[in-house]
Structure formats: structure tokens, C-alpha cells
Design a protein around this ligand. Structure first.
Ligand code: FAD
Length: 440
């Protein structure tokens, strides 16, 4: 184990006779990307005493396209990292999910469970991501901002990853960084994974969503609001929408589509958002004059849509490994949870004396992920296929929106919120997840 050293921001010196540059930085572990997945991985690794280099292309605080909604799963992950989630510290609490569909609305409080807190939160990514990155730094991780990783460094003979090549903002040329283990936490497009030959799987679900912010009297809503069907006059639009009050005079408003929907590839998402909002009550104020940010969109990689999660020494975490929940589009909690699972695996692996043993422990990471989410995501893939058919989706919405007990079960299923030995609904969700075929 190496001692913690200050961030190395020196440009690398020139290449040697063989054209190789000495590494600009060395560490036990390099984590590429300081979003929720990378920051959490780095936090737990640093807590275990490992020397961690966390490389991030942007500088904090920075924006990230998101709905900004945090379920009790995410609250639990934040609490686990010692983040203070009190309202005095700027967190906005919510009591549950309000569902609007088939002409009805229903408020579903978050379930009362031993495993998760009974409330959710809302926070901009501008604040959330910086908070997590600083937690990683406080634990001892060396965060280097403004450094874009451009590709892997691979062992000449084995092809295993031994480091990364990167470009620092405002600097000529590239630097290399070397480490015993490299983690790809660089989000949906994961350039590093692609550089190792790992592209997205098109047999797994993918969502696309857009969001913006409006000044609105609805900003202090204490429920997250989800619209199951979006109307343009009397025409049903494909997709689902959300309105999350930010508590600061604005709401985050957005909508998304899944790639199982026929409209996925040929929809003007900005126009769809405007059409949907046109049908909203005028007093909510969702008009162009009240819009405070551009409409921006991004992809949601779901249900393990990039595998294997361990390949030639590289470990994938969060969106890089396609870990968004296919049932509800939630990705922050899964990025953080998978980060913790990964950090615990790496800590054990690097404590082994022989390289072969280290590799054997690292190779257990995909299995650990599969144990945690594999069955549930397999169920999610079936769900996503089913709701891609508008007729079936309409039938399911109409049928369930008049049955509160059924909807309470649906909330547990969609938000993945159960106790291991909970009530009948918990046991049913857990049982279904266990029974689902679960290829890694
Ligand atoms: C419109 C929309 C709404 C969403 N709403 C919600 C929601 O309400 N709740 C929720 O839980 N989830 C939501 N999600 C999903 C959520 O945003 C992601 O699942 C989550 O951000 C994943 O975290 P991550 O750390 O894996 O990736 P990211 O958050 O994407 O972080 C990746 C990091 O890597 C950095 N990086 C990328 N490439 C490089 C490189 N080459 N070198 C160095 N650094 C690099 C990036 O700058 C970034 O900081 C939404 C997604 C979208 C698109």
C-alpha cells in the first residue's frame, strides 16, 4: 500500500527512446469518472486505506442531466457514506410517489421497512455530485479534476489494463497513469470500456429522457410525481413523465421513452415535452417564460446493458455497466450501491499476496452484482418489453389505478423496496426476483 500523496498535476516528462512516457501518477486503484458511481467507489476504497486516484474530466460543481429524484434506496446509500441529509443542509424531503394515469391520481407513501428509510430526497446534481466527490476526497482519495481519460494502457503481451492515458485541460500532449486496478465509472458512453472493446448490448433495455426546470408554485411538493400517460389533446403520447419539486422556486420536469416503444428512435423529445406541458393547468406555470434552463437529454442504460463487468483487469460500475433500474429509470442508488460492492471486492483482492489470487477475487465481482440485481433486472427486462406495447400499458394503468393495494405492491416492485423477510408483498417481489432466469 502506498502513502497518500497530494494530487500530481505535473505534466508528464517526454517519451523515452521506445516512445514511452513515465506515468504522471501511480496508485493502487484508478477510478475514471467522479459521478455517484466513481465517487462512492473511491470513498470506500480510500476508507480501506488504499491509494486511489479519481480522475474527472469536468470541474465541480458541474451540471448533469437528471431528474434529481432520490428514492429511499439512494437515501440509504447517502447515509452509509456519512452524508448529512438534513433539510438545514439543503436536502428536500419527499414522502412518496404520486402516480397520475387513466384519469386518476394516487398518493403512495414510501413503504415502512427495516431496510430503507421511509422518505426520499430531491437535490440538484450540481450539489449532489460535488458532495459525493468531496466525501471521497475527505476519505483520502486523490481527486484530479479537468482530466479526460482518452483510453486504456494495456500490457503488451496479456492485453490486461495497467493504466490509462489522459489529457489535462489546457495542457499539450497526454499523460499516463498506472495502477494495479482500473475502474470505469465514466457513465453511459464509457469511453474507457469501449477502448477495451466493451460496447453496449442491444438485447438489453435503454431509455432516453429529457428534462428542464420551470419556476412554479409547485416547487415545494412533498411527493415525487409520475405521469404514466402523456396526452396531447385526445391523443395518447408514448412515454412517461415526471414533476419533481426542487424546493427552490423551481420544479424539475421531464419525460422519457424506452427502446421497446415503437416511437423510441423517431421522436422529437423536446416537442413531446412541450406538447405534454401544454395540457397542464395554467397556474402551474410550465411556460417558456418560466423555463430557467435549456431542455437537455441523455440516455439511461438499464438492466446490465454493458457486460462483462470484469474484463482484462477493468471493472465497470454504475452507468458504465448499464446499472439503471429498468422498472423506474433510477440510476443514482444503483451507481452508489455497485460502487460499494466493487470497492469491497477490490479491497479484498488487493490484500491477497499473489497476482493470481487477486484476479480470482476480482473475477467474483460480476457474480456479486448478479446476486444483488441479476434476478430483479431480468424481471425488469420482461416488464420493459410489456410496457413497450401501448395497448397493454393502457390496460395495466386503467386496471391498477383503481386498486390502491395493488399499487402499493407495484411501488415496492418498481422502486425495489422490500425487506428480506417482510410482508406478503415483499416476499412476492423477492420470490419473483429469485425465480427469474439470471444470466450474468
Ligand atoms: C434525463 C435523465 C433523468 C434521470 N433522472 C434520474 C433520477 O431522477 N434519479 C436517479 O436516481 N437517476 C436518474 N437518472 C439516471 C442517473 O442520472 C444515472 O444513472 C447516474 O448519473 C449514474 O451515475 P454514474 O456515476 O454511473 O455516471 P455519471 O453520473 O454519468 O458520471 C460519470 C462521470 O464520469 C465523468 N467522465 C466521463 N467520461 C470521462 C472521461 N473520459 N474521463 C474522465 N471523466 C469522465 C463524467 O464527467 C461524470 O462526472 C436520470 C438520467 C437521465 C438521462
Amino acid at each position: 500500500m502506498t502513502e497518500h500523496a497530494p494530487p500530481d498535476t505535473r505534466p508528464s516528462t517526454g517519451p523515452d527512446a521506445a516512445g514511452r512516457r513515465p506515468p504522471a501518477g501511480e496508485a493502487d486503484v484508478i477510478v475514471v469518472g467522479a459521478g455517484p458511481a466513481g465517487a462512492t467507489t473511491a470513498f470506500y476504497l480510500a476508507q480501506s486505506g488504499l491509494d486511489v486516484l479519481l480522475l474527472e474530466k469536468s470541474r465541480f460543481p458541474r451540471e448533469k442531466v437528471c431528474g434529481d429524484g432520490l428514492t429511499p434506496r439512494a437515501v440509504k446509500a447517502l447515509v452509509g457514506m456519512g452524508v448529512s441529509v438534513s433539510e438545514q443542509d439543503g436536502w428536500v424531503r419527499n414522502k412518496g410517489l404520486r402516480v397520475i394515469g387513466a384519469g386518476k391520481r394516487m398518493e403512495l407513501p414510501w413503504p415502512e421497512l427495516a431496510s430503507y428509510p421511509g422518505y426520499g430526497l430531491v437535490r440538484t446534481r450540481h450539489d449532489l455530485d460535488e458532495t459525493l466527490a468531496r466525501r471521497a476526497q475527505q476519505a483520502g482519495a486523490r481527486l484530479v479534476e479537468g482530466v479526460t481519460v482518452t483510453g486504456p494502457v494495456r500490457h503488451e503481451r496479456t492485453g490486461r489494463i495497467t493504466g490509462v492515458v489522459a489529457r489535462a485541460a489546457g495542457e499539450e500532449g497526454e499523460r499516463t497513469y498506472a495502477a494495479r486496478v482500473v475502474v470505469a465509472a465514466d457513465g453511459n458512453s464509457s469511453r474507457l470500456s469501449v477502448g477495451m472493446g466493451l460496447s453496449k448490448r442491444d438485447d438489453r433495455p435503454l431509455g432516453v429522457a429529457v428534462r428542464t426546470y420551470y419556476k412554479t408554485p409547485r416547487h415545494d411538493d412533498d411527493y415525487l410525481e409520475s405521469w404514466l400517460d402523456l396526452w396531447d389533446g385526445d391523443r395518447l403520447l408514448p412515454g412517461y413523465g415526471w414533476i419533481f419539486g426542487m424546493g427552490d422556486g423551481t420544479s424539475n420536469v421531464g419525460l422519457g421513452l424506452l427502446n421497446t416503444s415503437a416511437a423510441f428512435g423517431n421522436t422529437d423529445y423536446h416537442a413531446l415535452l412541450r406538447k405534454w406541458l401544454k395540457g397542464m393547468p395554467a397556474e402551474w406555470g410550465f411556460t417558456e417564460e418560466n423555463r430557467t434552463q435549456p431542455i437537455r437529454g441523455a440516455a439511461l442504460p438499464m438492466g446490465f446493458n454493458r457486460t462483462p463487468h470484469y474484463y482484462q483487469g477493468l471493472l465497470l460500475v454504475g452507468d458504465a455497466g448499464g446499472m439503471v433500474n429498468p422498472f423506474n429509470g433510477e440510476g443514482i442508488a444503483y451507481a452508489m450501491e455497485s460502487g460499494e460492492i466493487l470497492a469491497r471486492t477490490i479491497t479484498q483482492a488487493l490484500a491477497r499476496a499473489r497476482r493470481a489470487e487477486t484476479q480470482r477475487v476480482l473475477a467474483g465481482y460480476p457474480h456479486a452484482l448478479s446476486q444483488a440485481y441479476g434476478g430483479y433486472y431480468a424481471l425488469g427486462r420482461v416488464f420493459v418489453k410489456a410496457i413497450g406495447r401501448p395497448g397493454l400499458m393502457r390496460f395495466a394503468t386503467r386496471h391498477s389505478m383503481s386498486r390502491p393495494a395493488l399499487m402499493r405492491f407495484v411501488l415496492k416492485l418498481l422502486a425495489n423496496l422490500t425487506d428480506p423477510r417482510g410482508d406478503a408483498a415483499d416476499r412476492l417481489v423477492n420470490g419473483l426476483s429469485r425465480l427469474a432466469p439470471n444470466p450474468e
